[in-house]
Write a protein that binds this ligand. Structure first.
Ligand code: ASP
Length: 399
């Protein structure tokens, strides 16, 4: 994200608040622009998830490689992502940044979800993949994508795999489409914020929004700092008995690049370069870092969980334990499905919100600070990838 674009994002946020506060009826009349932006985001979610997961698995080349390095990587990714989500959930429940924010519109009806672990397990495997796609059943879509991709890997093809090329091409094109949608973000943000502020009563709504947004930002930042400075270093020390902070210092260029670009993928060349220079085996780095840039996003997972609960609090929803569990699972999966590009977490956030029936219009308010939080969570995503590669590299050395 260039600094020019960043300027327009900030301008969009700023103008959104101004329009919403000063010209509420005009702001409501242009709310369809924001709706278009949200619909476009929803449009790319499922294809993006399928293609990025299938691509990551097919890039493993052989099932053996998948077993050797891939399984370790996936074990590490799921553990650290889960820890990140738990950190976020604990903080957002304790600090309650969304309580008292006047969000709920009159038309809002919380969705009743019946939930049991057995049902969840059964629903992981769709009996009809097309139905799963139509119903936006992300868990089922992800599981079938993983199973299918593993099947493709296990067949001994006698020629260059066309499917792999197809997926790479789809991936590139979807990334392009996503980047177009993201280009609309400043206008979409402006419209969403303006109509949200206007529907909340214009100028009088600004103070509580700003107050609660600052609490929301601080909650996300506290969670990210905890994860980056305590959880990940602790895991690194546990497995390698080396000083984690000296590794963090050695790879700081990657973290700064991540902060500057807000994109794990754009940072990847730097990530690989500094990691191998810091002593991580090249074979491990070349394989796990691209995989990690696609599917391992601790910062994004943490932020999605905090954002979802923040919005639920703001809408006055009382989340039940199964709903928290649903947020835990979908935030983890949404982070896996998010592309390593600016604001990708915002796209997959739709999944988390939909899973427990939080109105996705709530994203409008979060957008106001998202460009800012994106940078921090991307740096944490990249740090998670590097520490993972370092741990896997060390574990292979022991053999
Ligand atoms: N920008 C993040 C990344 O590239 C993804 C996100 O939006 O959370 O890692």
């Amino acid at each position: 994200m260039g600094s020019f674009f960043l300027f327009f994002m900030v301008l969009g946020v700023f103008l959104g608040f101004i329009f919403g506060a000063l010209f509420p009826s005009f702001s409501l009349s242009i709310s369809f622009v924001g709706e278009l932006f949200l619909r476009a985001l929803k449009m790319v979610v499922l294809p993006l998830i399928v293609v990025s997961i299938a691509g990551a698995i097919l890039n493993m080349e052989t099932i053996d490689k998948f077993k050797r390095i891939g399984l370790r990587a996936i074990l590490y990714y799921t553990t650290t992502t889960s820890l990140a989500v738990i950190t976020g959930l604990v903080l957002v429940v304790l600090l309650k940044p969304g309580v008292g924010v006047p969000f709920s519109g009159n038309d809002f009806k919380p969705k009743e979800i019946s939930f049991s672990l057995k049902e969840l397990l059964v629903s992981l495997v769709p009996d009809n993949i097309f139905k799963a796609l139509v119903n936006f059943d992300v868990l089922a879509v992800i599981v079938s994508t993983i199973l299918f991709s593993l099947a493709v890997l296990s067949v001994e093809w006698r020629r260059e795999l066309l499917l792999k090329q197809l997926i790479t091409e789809l991936d590139t094109s979807l990334m392009r489409l996503t980047s177009w949608i993201i280009k609309l973000a400043p206008v979409g943000i402006c419209s969403l914020i303006a109509s949200k502020v206007a529907s909340l009563g214009g100028a009088s709504a600004l103070k509580p929004i700003f107050l609660s947004l600052s609490k929301y930002v601080l909650t996300v930042l506290a969670g990210l700092s905890f994860h980056a400075l305590l959880t990940l270093p602790f895991l690194f020390f546990l497995f390698t008995r080396k000083n984690p902070y000296s590794l963090i210092l050695k790879v700081k260029e990657a973290l700064i690049t991540a902060f500057a670009t807000a994109s794990s993928s754009a940072t990847l060349p730097v990530t690989i370069a500094v990691s191998t220079a810091a002593g991580i085996k090249r074979q491990v780095a070349n394989f796990t870092l691209p995989l990690g840039a696609t599917i391992n996003m601790d910062g994004t997972a943490l932020y999605e969980a905090v954002a979802a609960v923040f919005l639920a609090q703001a809408y006055g929803m009382d989340l039940s334990l199964p709903q928290y569990l649903t947020i835990f699972l979908t935030a983890t999966l949404a982070a896996i499905g998010a592309a390593g590009i600016p604001e990708a977490g915002l796209i997959t956030m739709v999944l988390v919100l939909e899973s427990v029936g939080i109105p996705i219009e709530g994203i409008g308010i979060i957008l106001a600070v998202d460009w800012f939080l994106d940078r921090f969570r991307t740096a944490v995503n990249v740090l998670g990838d590097i520490i993972g590669a370092a741990i896997i590299s060390a574990s292979l050395e022991e053999k």
